[in-house]
Each structure stands twice: as structure tokens, then as C-alpha cells.
Design a protein around this ligand. Structure first.
Ligand code: CUA
Length: 346
């Protein structure tokens, strides 16, 4: 809609009403759009989010109905000469609708939501799949303590879960306070240094949903996201088998150059890659970085181009993050080779 600097309703007085209706239509369309986003409380992918979604529905729909009824009563009293006007305007009506009804409605809501809160904290299964999620400025370390062969299986910025199995997410922080929020699966849980918080959730259908840090944690808080991939159980087993493997050896000279340049640039001081000599623990584990959906904690799509761009200009893309820009360390050829090699780590 090209309207110049002023919205229609402001420019032409007589269009004000239609402008309001248009705005409401836009708001409704935006809300409807929320339902299809991978990061939406309005599109639950599991029973826990479904419970919260029920509260949302009842509050929004109930609130709207009560608001419309109240406005109808006010309109009747102010603008009509109907008999009903006398009834609605009486002291008894005001007592019933202004005090008794709100007290009963709020008491009923309190009992109902407390019951839902109870359902949310009760475990669904005795043996949930444990995932440790560790917040760092500004990315997520993901550890599956029971799934590695001899120790935890370590990954980053992406969680994989089987559909239909409850997950216990153990939330830890290594620096400042963060908060994990996966709107389509569950409410938020804070990551507080020195504390261990736990939250449980379950996906009841396959799909990819997005999570986001929900507590301001520094300059790049907004670019601290991650994906949750819910697999059907057999597909999850295949993913697990692949994820447990060490990084594949470079299959061409160009990829081997990339691996060497990664080492000489010192990347292994911060990053670990299973199957190589590098075991750094300050940045994301890169063993299977090529198979991830995003780079830099949801900030970029993941392919050779963005890998190269991120390595050369990490400080331009997420200023203040812990990874330096390597544009003056690697030659163009080396940068392309490192990006290609990392892309090959599926
Ligand atoms: Cu981490 Cu905000």
C-alpha cells in the first residue's frame, strides 16, 4: 500500500473509520501469520505448549466476548430509550455485573489455571531424554549426556529430539543470564550462572521449530536463536548414528587445504572437531557443522558462502561476539578452502 508519509486515515478525515477497519484487518492478518511461523505460541507442537495455548484461547475469546457485551450494555444505556435501559442502569445490575460476575469469573480462572500449572510441572514419563543446554554469549552449547559413545554427545545451536518422547532440558549458563524459549513447545526457563534449572517438554508431531534467547544478555541477544528438529523415532535413530560419527576425512586436496588452514589459523583453540586433534571448548563444536540448519546461532543460513562470510567477518555480522574476524589471517584461497571443508562436515 503506497500512501506516502501519512496513513490514509490521517490524511483524509472521512476515511478515518475505514482506516481503523483496515488496521484491524492488518492486525488480524499478522496474528493469523503468527500461527504459521516456526516460532509461535499459536502453533503448538506438543502437549505442554497446547496447555498454555488453551489458556491463551480462553482468555482472548472470553475477554473479547465480555468486552463486546459490556460495550453493548453501555451503548443501550447511553443511546437508547428501551426498557432494558432501566434494568441495566439499576444499582443491582451494576453490583452483579461489576462485582459478582468478575469475582466469579476470576476465581474460576484461578482454579483452572492452577490445575494447568500442576499438569505442566508433573513429569509425563519416568525416563525422559536428557539434554543439557548451556548458554554462552551468544550461542548455545547442546550436550546429550546419555547419547554419546563414552561421554556426552556435543553439538551446538540445534536440538534434535524424537517425536513422542519427553525431553528434560537442563538449563545452564557459563557467563550471564540467558533464557531458553521454544514457544511452540513450552514456556521459558532462565539460565542462571551457578544454578541448574530444568524444564520438560515433548513434541507430538515432526517438524522444525525455532527457539530464541528470551533474556537480554548483551549486544547480540537478538541474534541468539536455535532450531529444534523433532524427528519420527526411526529418523531420530538415523540422525543419532550419523551425529555419533567423527568428522569425515577431507576427500579432495582443496578440502585438505581447508583443514590445514583451519589448524594454522588457530581455530582449534576454541572449536572442537571429533576425529581431529582439535578439542577447544570455547566455541561451538564443529564436528557436523555442515549438517546444521543455521550458522552463528540462527543468524545466517548455513552454506559455503555464509561460512566464508562468517569466518572473514564475524565481528561485522555479530559485533561483540567472541569470535574474531579472520579476514586478515587467511588468504582468499585458504578462506574458500576452510569454508568448503567445514561445509563438508556433515
Ligand atoms: Cu542470551 Cu539473550
Amino acid at each position: 500500500m503506497k500512501e506516502g508519509p501519512h496513513p490514509a486515515g490521517v490524511r483524509h478525515g472521512r476515511c478515518r473509520a475505514s482506516g481503523t477497519i483496515a488496521n484491524l484487518a492488518v492486525a488480524a492478518a499478522l496474528l493469523a501469520g503468527c500461527g504459521e511461523s516456526p516460532q509461535s505460541v499459536l502453533d503448538p507442537h506438543g502437549p505442554d505448549a497446547e496447555l498454555v495455548h488453551n489458556i491463551t484461547r480462553v482468555l482472548f475469546i472470553g475477554g473479547t466476548v465480555i468486552f463486546l457485551l459490556t460495550m453493548a450494555c453501555v451503548g443501550t444505556v447511553v443511546f437508547t430509550r428501551w426498557k432494558l435501559r432501566e434494568v441495566l442502569g439499576s444499582r443491582r445490575s451494576i453490583l452483579v455485573m461489576g462485582i459478582v460476575f468478575p469475582a466469579l469469573a476470576l476465581a474460576a480462572l484461578l482454579v483452572w489455571t492452577l490445575d494447568i500449572a500442576r499438569a505442566l510441572v508433573l513429569p509425563r514419563s519416568a525416563e525422559p531424554m536428557r539434554i543439557e543446554m548451556i548458554g554462552w554469549q551468544f550461542w548455545w552449547e547442546v550436550r546429550y549426556p546419555d547419547l554419546g559413545s563414552g561421554g556426552a554427545l556435543v553439538a551446538a545451536n540445534e536440538i534434535h529430539i524424537p517425536v513422542g518422547r519427553e525431553v528434560e532440558l537442563v538449563a545452564i549458563s557459563k557467563d550471564v543470564i540467558h533464557s531458553v524459549w521454544i514457544p511452540a513447545l513450552r514456556g521459558k526457563i532462565d539460565m542462571i550462572p551457578g544454578r541448574t534449572n530444568r524444564i520438560r517438554f515433548m513434541a507430538n508431531r515432526p517438524g522444525v521449530v525455532r527457539g530464541q534467547c528470551a533474556e537480554y544478555c548483551g549486544a547480540q541477544h537478538a541474534l541468539m536463536a536455535f532450531y529444534v528438529v523433532a524427528h519420527p523415532p526411526e529418523e531420530f535413530d538415523r540422525w543419532l548414528e550419523q551425529e555419533r560419527r567423527p568428522a569425515p576425512a577431507p576427500s579432495t586436496d582443496f578440502l585438505a587445504l581447508g583443514q590445514r588452514a583451519f589448524g594454522t589459523a588457530g581455530c582449534g583453540a576454541c572449536h572442537a572437531i571429533r576425529g581431529t586433534e582439535w578439542t577447544g571448548g570455547y566455541g561451538p563444536d564443529l564436528t557436523h557443522v555442515g549438517s546444521r540448519l543455521s550458522l552463528a546461532a540462527g543468524a545466517l543460513d548455513n552454506h559455503r558462502g555464509t561460512l566464508g562470510g562468517w569466518i572473514a567477518g564475524a565481528q561485522d555480522i555479530k559485533p561483540g561476539n567472541r569470535m574474531p574476524s579472520f579476514n586478515s589471517v587467511l588468504t582468499g584461497e585458504e578462506l574458500r578452502a576452510v569454508a568448503a571443508w567445514l561445509e563438508s562436515l556433515k
